[in-house]
Each structure stands twice: as structure tokens, then as C-alpha cells.
Design a protein around this ligand. Structure first.
Ligand SMILES: O=P(O)(O)OC[C@H]1O[C@@H](O)[C@H](O)[C@@H](O)[C@@H]1O
Length: 238
């Protein structure tokens, strides 16, 4: 389905897994931290089996850091004090930042191609990410100057905006760009993010299937699912 970009006020993109392959770095860091925790945990629980990528997609993907910790623990019948939840989230964050510093970030070429195309058309762009590390990831990928606004996990926390799957961070980004929600496009690879776009009443919610599954993203409310953003660039090899 070709999209007429100039019919829209703005394009709002999630970062990890949409623009940069950092969803995989998050996934590995979560897995390391949760499995170390599960191995040593001896309190009450309904399930202490290994944490897998299926757990990531179902409970953690796209959500603010501590919501992800809490929602996964709840799925295993584990209840921890908030202080402990934060400690686990911060442990994962250290692992994420170690990989970022060591390996750097190269954005998906297809995503850069679409960003170039949208820049040429003059379409206002925003990043809407649950990650507090979004500005660092954008800088590492050399894309920090491409967006009119970046609504990161840190910005959301500062403004008291509820995280995805609530639509508030996307709605805030649209407002910052002077764009109408019903004339703006959302790109998301996570079920929680697609739900946020659908709940916000955005014109077009485009799911990017990087592992969550095209059907799952459609069921969550994506109007269209692509495997790579290059599919939406006229004349690009997708
Ligand atoms: O812990 P951070 O960097 O603030 O990120 C929070 C979440 O940000 C999202 O963008 C990622 O999809 C999640 O995997 C991550 O947990």
C-alpha cells in the first residue's frame, strides 16, 4: 500500500527496532539480567522457568523500563518492592550501555532511506521512544538532527506522561510538531507501541515486524505491517 506522505501532518517513529537495531541489544540485556535473577531467586512465584524472547515480546517490548520489569515479574507471579524493581531495571540498563559503548549503532539502511525521503518532502518528524537512552542512541547513529522533537522515556517521566501502551507520548509529540493526531502517522515494532498508536486515533499506524509477528501487530491495531521501512520508499530496493 503506497502512502501519500504529503497528505499527513507528521510522522512519529519509535526508535529501537524501527530506526535502529537496538531492540536486539535491549532484548539481550533483558535476557541476561532476568535469567541471572531467576537463577538466584528463591521467593514466591508461579513460574521460574527460563526467560525467553517470547517473554520479551509479551511483557517487556516497547514499555518504559520499570513497567517492563514489573509486567514480566507479574507474569511469573513474583511481587517485589519498587526499590528492587528499579534495581533490576538499572542492572539491565548498565548491560545495555556497555554494549552501546562497545559496539556503537548503525541504523537500518531502509529506515535511513525513508527518513531521507521524508526530509526531502518536508514532512515533520518525531521520535517517540520509551527508552531514556533514545538521545544517546540517536547520537550514536548520527541521526540526532533529523527530528523536530524527541519524546524519550526521560521526557515522559519528567512530564508525568504514562508510557506505551497509553497513547500520551505519541499525542504529546504530535502536539509539539503542531500536527493533528488524525492526520499523523505512527511507526512501531512493539505490540505495546502499536496499541498506543491505535488508542490515540492516529491516521495510520504502521507496524514494523522485527519479530513480534505481522498478525500480532495487526491484531494490536496496525493498519499496515512492513518488514522494513524501505518498502515505503518509492523506487528503493526493499
Ligand atoms: O531502559 P530504557 O533504555 O529506558 O528503555 C526502555 C524500553 O525502551 C524501548 O524502546 C525498548 O523497546 C525496550 O526494550 C526497553 O526496555
Amino acid at each position: 500500500m503506497p502512502v501519500t506522505w504529503t497528505d499527513h501532518d507528521a510522522v512519529l517513529l519509535d526508535l529501537d527496532g524501527v530506526i535502529t537495531p537496538t531492540a536486539e541489544v535491549h532484548m539481550r540485556a533483558w535476557s541476561e539480567m532476568f535469567n541471572a535473577f531467576l537463577d538466584s531467586y528463591d521467593g514466591a512465584a508461579t513460574d521460574l522457568s527460563t526467560y525467553t524472547d517470547a517473554d520479551y515480546f509479551a511483557h517487556v517490548d516497547g514499555k518504559p523500563r520499570y513497567d517492563g520489569v514489573r509486567d514480566f515479574l507479574t507474569s511469573r507471579g513474583i511481587e517485589l518492592p519498587e526499590e528492587r524493581v528499579r534495581e533490576l531495571g538499572d542492572r539491565k540498563n548498565d548491560a545495555f550501555n556497555d554494549v552501546l559503548a562497545r559496539d556503537g549503532v548503525v541504523a537500518y539502511p531502509g529506515s535511513v532511506a525513508l527518513l531521507d525521503h521524508l526530509r526531502d518532502l518536508g514532512v515533520p518528524l518525531a521520535v517517540v521512544s520509551s527508552s531514556a537512552n533514545a538521545p544517546a542512541v540517536l547520537a550514536a547513529a548520527g541521526l540526532a538532527d533529523r527530528f523536530g522533537t524527541v519524546v524519550s522515556g526521560a521526557v515522559a517521566a519528567e512530564l508525568g506522561l504514562p508510557g506505551k501502551p497509553a497513547p500520551d507520548t505519541f499525542v504529546h509529540a504530535a502536539r509539539e510538531l503542531g500536527a493533528a493526531v488524525e492526520r499523523s502517522v505512527v511507526f512501531e515494532d512493539a505490540v505495546s507501541g502499536v496499541r498506543a498508536g491505535a488508542a490515540g486515533g492516529f491516521a495510520l499506524v504502521i507496524g514494523v515486524d522485527r519479530g513480534a509477528g505481522a498478525e500480532t501487530l495487526s491484531e494490536a491495531g496496525a493498519h499496515l505491517v512492513v518488514g522494513d521501512l524501505a518498502e515505503l520508499v518509492p523506487g528503493a530496493d526493499a
